[in-house]
Design a binder for this molecule. Structure first.
Ligand SMILES: [Zn+2]
Length: 270
């Protein structure tokens, strides 16, 4: 199936949609993948209404963000960056909140579900660099240390014991509620962000899905754009996806080895 996929993609402008599966080889677990721990994600309503929920979320998110900073892009990220540099990729719409595509060298990347590197105030709308807020967290909570075994989640959260002592910094401008710029469950993707992702997909005359089981609504909405335009969809994933029946080609396999093989075939010399 890999050869069929390569034949189909050759000579086309490729739009890319990536999910958690592309970051698993960097050590970030896919919470929909096999063996993933069951957990309840933070709901936006809960975050808004409960001080304790915000404490728990921020404590976990802070430790998770520190872990994210220590992981590195893998072969799959690098293969896509290489294809973009060669001019055959229109851009990447990713469901991931990590910045591994950017660190691999990709430049046209839209984070459909937001990203962890900035924090916004829900009251005044000011946006802050995550490092500034992280420094404030460590000033308020000098005891906080990365535990030996923290279970890192793809949304940057971790499972830790709730700590009543954890203090969440307020917005430095207005004292309001701070939230990382990730889209929570129960929260809609901002229309501007979705429009950017849709433009990336619409610019391709083939769509390559890498490492997503396509169960999240945003992925389905983006692929509908391709389907309506009769643009062929190639899916690379370990395990079934919701769009297998509608894909032109479906490659069962890991993204690191598959995307590397594709880049080698489509961009010469690699
Ligand atoms: Zn504010």
């Amino acid at each position: 199936m890999l050869d069929t996929a390569i034949d189909l993609l050759r000579g086309r402008r490729i739009a890319v949609l990536t999910g958690a599966g592309i970051s698993t080889d960097s050590g970030i677990p896919d919470y929909r993948g096999e063996g993933a721990p069951k957990r309840t994600p933070m709901q936006f309503d809960t975050f808004l209404s409960s001080v304790d929920a915000r404490r728990r979320y921020w404590a976990g998110s802070h430790l998770g963000w520190q872990r994210f900073a220590s992981v590195h892009p893998n072969e799959g990220h690098r293969a896509l960056a290489h294809m973009e540099e060669a001019g055959i990729i229109t851009g990447i719409a990713t469901q991931n909140v990590d910045d591994l595509h950017e660190r691999a060298g990709s430049t046209t990347v839209t984070h459909v579900h937001g990203q962890l590197h900035t924090v916004s105030c829900l009251d005044c709308g000011t946006r802050f660099d995550r490092h500034r807020i992280a420094d404030e967290i460590e000033r308020l909570n000098p005891w906080i240390r990365l535990p030996e075994q923290v279970r890192l989640q793809p949304d940057g959260d971790v499972e830790i014991d709730p700590s009543q002592r954890f203090e969440v910094p307020p917005c430095p401008v207005c004292g309001g509620i701070l939230k990382p710029d990730v889209v929570f469950f129960g929260e809609i993707v901002p229309p501007r962000v979705f429009a950017e992702a849709r433009d990336i997909i619409a610019a391709g005359d083939a769509v390559l899905v890498a490492g997503s089981s396509l169960v999240v609504n945003s992925g389905t909405r983006l692929l509908e754009v391709a389907r309506r335009a009769d643009v062929p969809i190639v899916i690379v994933n370990r395990g079934e996806t919701k769009w297998d029946a509608r894909a032109a080609v479906r490659v069962e396999g890991g993204t690191s080895e598959t995307l590397t093989a594709m880049a080698e075939a489509l961009v010469a010399p690699f």
